[in-house]
Ligand binder design. Structure first.
Ligand SMILES: *Cc1c(COP(=O)(O)O)cnc(C)c1O
Length: 496
């Protein structure tokens, strides 16, 4: 059964999965959605015996239907290999009355690795399938984490280059060190003298610059984007929810067809949307609990039906969730609008022009799979301390937002359905905030010293990702002003 993809704004014709991956965003500004969600028609007994890679094939082959079996298996085996520090890829840890699905065992110890380790392979395969001869140049502006995960994913992947721009004085010392020590013949990291918005704006401008596209094409290159709305990032994220269910079933923690709840610390709405798609495929999921930090746009949305970004942006200890526009929500809006692209476009127009929109009662009635909760900074820190005291398990700030939200949900509802909590980052990625939450004084200690202390407390070894940058040489030292970014790109690519 062939699955095609159409735009949530409806102006573009249907495309194949590989075309959607190459395009990223639809030309009408919409997001690609599968025209139907395929069924997960594999018995649970069978899934339970499979490796992560085998489950990945079962799930992804149902969505990426124009990839051959051989192509997809090749992508999967290149992605989920020794870059991960466990052969389970996404192991479960039972603590605090829930199952933490650890999505942080990849190259940069955060959940973006789950998708960004396979996206480069999907993209180069898609290019071959569509007779694209140009080398693919990934352009990214980053405020820290995504840049590093994309660099790690694309490093030394034949047929690609990756150029990452970051605000020279706008990322943490560890984040900067992670990026400027990046290995790989095809990786380029450029600091800019402006802030993140300057970098982001300049990157968007380059994507839309037709003259630049022509010059690139003549030299044998074309731009592509690795951002989180790409269907090639969404589909690989469905896999670990199926794998988690299969693991719980194999271990006798749940019976076949028994319902589970899924709790996801949410920013751009990509990870939780993947859980929703898993449910649509037929995975027995009851509630999807959407956890926000103090930037609680989504909590308000699920409560009131109004999405309102006109509010103060709060800097929290879970920075990867500090987001006021959750791009992937558009895919859910489209669906609850009855796959009506016109309705969806109108709401999105309202969001960009007025900064808000309100869905109809009828649409709201279709949100019963979801419920929103949020955690304040204080609740987040207390959750880290509580779970450590009760279970000797140290979680990071993002995961703590989810664990705290889940506790509130259980208190409110008494729902005892087994729950899987998406654990999106290693505590070693946000060591300082985690140590402060545990009541350890961090003043004067550098991040590596704190990591050593954390390993004593948590009895978990310092991950390779942290050890590696401790002594790694700086390989990238280019710094430019934001207006000079296009010139830097041309220089890097050797164009005139
Ligand atoms: C990106 C990220 C999130 C948010 O995921 P979305 O798919 O954007 O909702 C949560 N936690 C961590 C650590 C992240 O890096």
């Amino acid at each position: 059964m062939q699955v095609l993809y159409k735009s949530t704004r409806g102006k573009e014709k249907k495309v194949t999965a590989s075309e959607a991956i190459l395009k990223g965003l639809s030309e009408d500004g919409g997001l690609f959605v599968p025209e139907k969600i395929p069924a997960l028609d594999v018995p649970m007994e069978q899934l339970a015996d499979m490796s992560y890679q085998e489950v990945a094939f079962e799930v992804m082959s149902r969505f990426l239907t124009d990839f051959t079996e051989e192509e997809l298996k090749e992508c999967i085996s290149r992605a989920y290999d020794e870059k991960f520090d466990t052969s389970q890829i996404a192991p479960l840890h039972e603590a605090d009355g829930a199952y933490f699905l650890e999505l942080f065992h990849g190259a940069t110890i955060a959940f973006k690795d789950m998708a960004l380790s396979i996206l480069p392979h999907l993209m180069t395969t898609a290019a071959k399938k569509n007779q694209i001869k140009n080398e693919i140049v990934i352009l990214t502006a980053t405020s820290g984490d995504t840049g590093k995960a994309a660099l790690a994913g694309f490093a030394d992947v034949p047929g690609t280059r990756i150029i990452v721009f970051y605000p020279k004085n706008g990322v943490s010392p560890i984040q900067e060190k992670q990026m400027v020590t990046q290995k790989g013949q095809n990786t380029y990291v450029v600091g800019i003298t402006g802030n993140f918005d300057d970098a982001q704006t300049a990157v968007k401008k380059m994507f839309n610059d037709r003259e630049l596209a022509r010059e690139l094409d003549e030299a044998g290159f074309q731009f592509s984007s690795a951002n989180s709305i790409n269907i090639g990032r969404l589909v690989p994220q469905i896999v670990y929810y199926v794998y988690a269910y299969a693991t719980l079933f194999r271990e006798g923690k749940i019976k076949d067809r028994e319902m589970i709840n899924i709790v996801v610390p949410t920013g751009n709405f990509g990870n939780i949307l993947a859980a929703f798609y898993a449910k649509q495929m037929g995975l027995p999921v009851n509630k999807l609990i959407c956890a926000s930090n103090e930037n609680k746009v989504l909590f308000d949305f699920f409560g009131t039906g109004t999405y309102d970004r006109r509010r103060e942006f709060v800097l929290t200890s879970s920075p990867s969730m500090d987001i006021l526009i959750s791009s992937n929500l558009e895919r859910l809006i489209y669906r609850i609008a009855g796959n009506d692209a016109q309705k969806c476009s109108l709401l999105m127009k309202n969001l960009s022009e007025q900064g808000e929109y309100t869905i109809t009662e009828e649409m709201k009635g279709q949100l019963e799979d979801f419920c929103g909760y949020f955690c304040s900074e204080e609740e987040t820190a207390k959750t880290i301390a509580r779970i450590y005291q009760n279970s000797s398990y140290v979680i990071d700030t993002h995961t703590a937002v989810a664990a705290g939200a889940y506790k509130k949900y259980v208190n409110d509802t008494g729902d005892g359905t087994p729950a899987v909590i998406a654990s999106t980052a290693s505590p070693y990625k946000f060591t300082r905030s985690v140590m402060e939450a545990l009541g350890v004084s961090t003043a004067g200690a550098d991040d590596f010293a704190l990591a050593d202390q954390l390993s004593v407390i948590s009895k978990v070894a310092v991950p390779r990702a942290v050890e590696e940058i401790r002594t790694a040489p700086v390989l990238h030292d280019r710094v430019v002003d934001a207006p000079d970014m296009p010139a830097a790109v041309k220089e890097i690519l050797g164009i005139r």
